[in-house]
Design a protein around this ligand. Structure first.
Ligand code: GDP
Ligand code: ZN
Length: 359
């Protein structure tokens, strides 16, 4: 059961200390006012936080949809004793309040960033979504939706590819199925995906197209709550027939809206590509482009090849992103380090591929 929800050998390995305490693994499929819907080895159950968990003021916050937790099962339900380290986390920064950002969803592998080919294409907005995806640790893929309404998507795809610096860009249509086969490559069994994008771009329609009848059957299930009342529980982690999972929570929807409104000055995607290209020539593979000897980025800044303002804005946004993840979710620290390693590695690979194409 758990493998369908993304359980892996690596997680099994990390779980050993919890298993030694007699705890069992489960994944959060929905959260609802002090109750967590969990998928465990034996099926679904309802979880509550252990008193100890609540009183220890756990610094990563309460479990969110997508989290793996260690539980003590009992009868019908389970007591949540711990949240496992997150491989990725989407956070929402409360704007201007100085409050800690909130973790909105965890352990998302693929962020599907959507924009409509029918008029919604906005480079800034896409950059912001890209930044959000990178900050979370999820792998971004750009989906240009409603391809059936666009007589010739190719030039628009190329335009977006140019700002996306190596992130895959797919034109898809829920109406005629175009691009869905290509998308399936990112929706492998056990992988968790989210759709980000403004209202009306076709996210729900796409989920329906991907899940067919499955969503109808599983999205809303009637069940008895602790007091025996029947309630409709919305499941937020939807298993697709392909074996992949779609995470769809109100928090992520709000995040999409918020991102769309935020506006962005950052030329983040572009700058990343440029820095990565330069970094190829740094003496040290893991150069931080500070005071390392033989740093090609510092050299480019010195001779003006790299625009100083651009470098500053890149650093600023990068710091913002790192800060958001690090400060608000200590569990994501390791993931954040890994993410940057991966971003740089991918950048190097892209640059190499590009050179080979140019030659
Ligand atoms: P969401 O707000 O992002 O979830 O968008 P919806 O899935 O609700 O779609 C918004 C509107 O776009 C609806 O009227 C859909 O029927 C329409 N739509 C969604 N996908 C497609 C598509 O691939 N082609 C066309 N022509 N229309 C679509
Ligand atoms: Zn360097």
């Amino acid at each position: 059961m758990l493998t369908h929800y993304g359980w892996s050998d690596a997680l099994q390995h990390d779980f050993a200390p919890y298993a030694a305490r007699g705890l069992a693994p489960a994944r959060v499929t929905a959260q609802h006012r002090g109750l967590w819907r969990l998928m465990g080895e034996a099926g679904e159950m309802e979880g509550r936080l252990s008193g100890r968990f609540v009183h220890q003021a756990f610094e990563g916050g309460y479990p969110v949809t997508g989290d793996w937790v260690a539980v003590e099962p009992h009868g019908e339900g389970a007591t949540i004793a711990a949240v496992l380290p997150r491989a990725s986390a989407f956070t929402r920064q409360a704007a201007g309040t100085g409050q800690a950002a909130q973790v909105v969803a965890a352990n998302v592998d693929v962020a599907l960033l959507t924009a409509s080919l029918n008029g919604d294409l906005n480079a800034r907005r896409l950059e912001r979504y890209l930044a959000t995806a990178y900050a979370s640790g999820a792998e971004p893929v750009i989906l240009l939706t409603k391809a059936d309404l666009c007589p010739d998507p190719a030039p628009l795809v190329a335009e977006v590819e140019a700002i996306a610096c190596g992130v895959p860009v797919l034109a898809v249509s829920a109406a005629n199925g175009e691009g869905l086969a290509a998308l399936a490559g990112w929706l492998k069994p056990g992988r968790t995906a989210v759709l980000l994008g403004s209202s009306g771009v076709g996210k729900s329609t796409l989920v329906n197209a991907l899940s067919g009848e499955a969503r109808m059957a599983t999205a809303a299930i009637r069940e008895a709550d602790a007091h025996g009342r029947h309630t409709t529980t919305h499941r937020e982690l939807i298993a697709l027939p392909s074996g992949a999972l779609i995470l769809d929570t109100p928090g992520m929807r709000e995040l999409g809206l918020w991102q769309a409104e935020a506006g962005v000055e950052a030329v983040f995607a572009d700058a990343t590509a440029e820095v990565e290209r330069l970094a190829e020539a740094c003496r040290f593979r893991d150069c931080a482009h500070g005071r390392e000897p033989g740093c090609a980025v510092q050299a480019a800044l010195a001779d003006g090849t790299l625009d100083a303002a651009r470098w500053r804005s890149f650093q600023k946004l990068r710091k913002e992103l790192a800060h958001a993840v690090r400060q608000e979710d200590p569990l994501a620290r390791a993931a954040e380090r890994k993410r940057w390693a991966a971003v740089h590695k991918a950048g190097r690979a892209r640059t190499r591929a590009k050179r080979e194409m140019d030659d």
